[in-house]
Ligand binder design. Structure first.
Ligand code: GLN
Length: 584
């Protein structure tokens, strides 16, 4: 059982980086030698993030055990370099669903089931379950203090405090200090109100992180100290920072780590060593060279803003890989629909050192994505295809190399003469039984990688190739272990990799032979329990880097452990810088 809890609550407005602050505190404590876990509480009634609109909530994060959860778990994983299970995202929907199920099963033995104590009790049960193997659990409460919907969670935190004593529960308020342009002065009033609102719930913040455009000055620090009745050393300045990974370092300039330990009465277990982290941050901050990448996607406009957040993990993974390769990366957003006329593609794409086609659903912009893939293939431009990116690369290859006119995915054209991407027969059954929710392949699956592929070379280089024994150990507590591993032949047991998935369609097994005979290398596949082979990786040998995966390797990339698929891509794009093969 975790013995210490750090509760992170937002004040004033949302979107000021509570998730990043949580991840940064976690990273610091990890450096101090503690085993950390992080839990995100989302007050909405959706059971999980799978059904949330990406235009409102950004990308869905997929956990190794198949959960579709809040993107903040992605932030935690990217900072902490650890795997978090789906149970680390608690929603109001899950809490009520469980209580109602318990009630129907008579588990409350005839009691009246009420908001208090049943709701906070269920919340605490979930927190305990998610934190039991760790020293310290960080609990981030979604939304902002004052929201009606986070009241049950604040109440639960008080119960947690009662059970574990105040010494073991630390409250961090992440607040915002606006500088209204007509006044030109940083205002503390909204923060004072946030503190007051928290106090009404019996919560007195131990540490206040003051987000703002500028650093906190001594006058404002003093004001908050007086108002919140805490020593000014616990009022931390957190000005805007372009490079997210610099935030733990900025916090450490104010010795946040030792202050947290002091408040929690914990000793320093290890001297922190941020050297490697700092080096990576410095590359991101001031790279010697920059590779220009085209990201061909579907960009939804919300009012006057175009939403880049739906590809946040992909952006981050490119950044991680580039930092390790000592270059910067500039991502250029190309609207796929603008590439629908192949005659215009060269004009729009020739200045980039690499092209990414990320995941996606539906037919919008698909022909543009296919054109971008064709351009990359024909002009030796490094290409990285992710999930839909692999599927469309297969469609492109079938059409333009194998002469299968109008080949397509049945997601786009149900009546295509060459359904190279299709729903598996076994999934069709599930869908016919309107078991639609079960038809997505979600979470980590094991794939065998061809040792002659360049994809394998990068997995090997980054220490990501696993043995069957390691894979079995990885899934040891997973109830879907058998399905996730599938069948591995003895000769494959040393070249396995794990990546996460989120898709419904697959490369149609009936076309694999024709693709292979036509020169496409199937660089890796998963063999299902029924023996059917699913294509996981493809590449083209005579190309500097034309690699795609059915998985989403962006969910297995952290600052310290970049993804091999992204690393290989940036490595090849970087080579273009010196060779000047692509015009800029
Ligand atoms: N639309 C495709 C499928 O469902 C790809 C999904 C994705 O890119 N995540 O299989």
């Amino acid at each position: 059982m975790a013995e210490k809890f750090i509760v992170i609550i937002g004040g004033v407005i949302s979107g000021v980086g509570k998730g990043i602050a949580t991840a940064s505190i976690g990273k610091i404590l990890e450096e101090f030698g503690y085993d950390i876990t992080a839990i995100k509480i989302d007050p909405y009634i959706n059971y999980d993030a799978g059904t949330l609109r990406p235009t409102e909530h950004g990308e869905v994060w997929v956990t190794y055990d198949g959960g579709e959860v809040d993107q903040d778990l992605g932030n935690y994983e990217r900072f902490l370099g650890m795997h978090l299970p789906r149970k680390n995202n608690i929603t109001t929907g899950q809490v009520y669903d469980k209580i109602i199920k318990n009630e129907r099963q008579g588990k409350y033995l005839g009691e009246t089931v009420q908001f208090i104590p049943h709701v906070p009790n269920e919340i605490i049960k979930r927190i305990k379950d998610a934190s039991k193997e760790y020293d310290i659990a960080l609990i981030e409460i979604g939304g902002t203090v004052g929201d009606y919907e986070n009241i049950p969670f604040l109440f639960a935190m008080k119960s947690l405090e009662k059970e574990f004593s105040k010494d073991n529960v630390l409250y961090v308020l992440v607040t915002y200090m606006p500088i209204p342009s007509n006044i030109g002065e940083m205002k503390t009033k909204p923060t004072q109100q946030a503190i007051k609102q928290l106090n009404e719930h019996g919560i007195f913040p131990d540490i206040i992180l003051c987000r703002g455009e500028k650093p906190l000055d001594s006058v404002r620090r003093k004001k908050i100290e007086t108002y919140a009745n805490i020593d000014s050393q616990f009022v931390i300045s957190a000005p805007d920072e372009k490079v997210l990974y610099a935030i733990p370092l900025n916090f450490e300039k104010e010795n946040l780590g030792s202050k947290v330990l002091k408040k929690l009465k914990l000793p320093l277990k290890k001297t922190p060593d941020f050297e490697k982290w700092e080096k990576l941050v410095n590359v991101i901050k001031s790279p010697k060279d920059i590779v220009n990448i085209a990201m061909v996607g579907k960009y939804v406009n919300v009012g006057e803003f175009s939403l880049k957040d739906s590809y946040i993990s992909v952006n981050q993974s490119l950044e991680h890989a580039a930092a390790h390769l000592d270059v910067g990366v500039k991502i250029n957003w190309i609207e796929a629909e603008e590439l629908e006329n192949y005659g215009k593609v060269a004009n729009l794409l020739s200045k980039y050192k690499g092209i990414v086609v990320p995941g996606g659903f539906g037919s919008k912009g698909v022909e543009g994505k296919i054109n971008a893939i064709r351009y990359a293939r024909e002009n030796n431009v490094p290409f990285l295809g992710l999930c839909y990116g692999l599927q469309l690369a297969v469609v492109e290859y079938a059409r333009n190399i194998l002469g299968m006119n109008n080949a397509n995915s049945t997601e786009i054209d149900e009546h295509t003469p060459y359904p190279v991407i299709d729903i598996l027969e076994s999934q069709k059954q599930l869908m016919a039984n309107s078991n639609y929710g079960n038809t997505m392949r979600l979470g980590s699956y094991c794939a065998y990688i061809d040792e002659n592929s360049y994809i394998f070379k990068y997995y090997k280089l980054l220490g990501r190739v696993k043995t069957l024994e390691e894979v079995e150990n990885y899934f040891k507590d997973d109830s879907n272990k058998e399905k996730r591993i599938g069948i591995v032949k003895p000769e494959e047991a040393k070249s396995l990799v794990l990546e996460r998935h989120r898709h419904r369609y697959e490369v149609n097994p009936a076309y694999i032979d024709r693709l292979v005979n036509g020169g496409l290398r199937i660089a890796g596949y998963h063999r299902m329990k029924d023996g059917v082979k699913l294509v996981e990786f493809i590449e083209i040998d005579k190309h500097p880097y034309f690699a795609a995966t059915q998985a989403h390797p962006e969910f297995e990339s952290s600052l310290e452990h970049p993804s091999p698929m992204f690393y290989g891509f940036i490595d090849s794009a970087k080579k273009k810088l010196s060779k000047g093969l692509v015009k800029t």
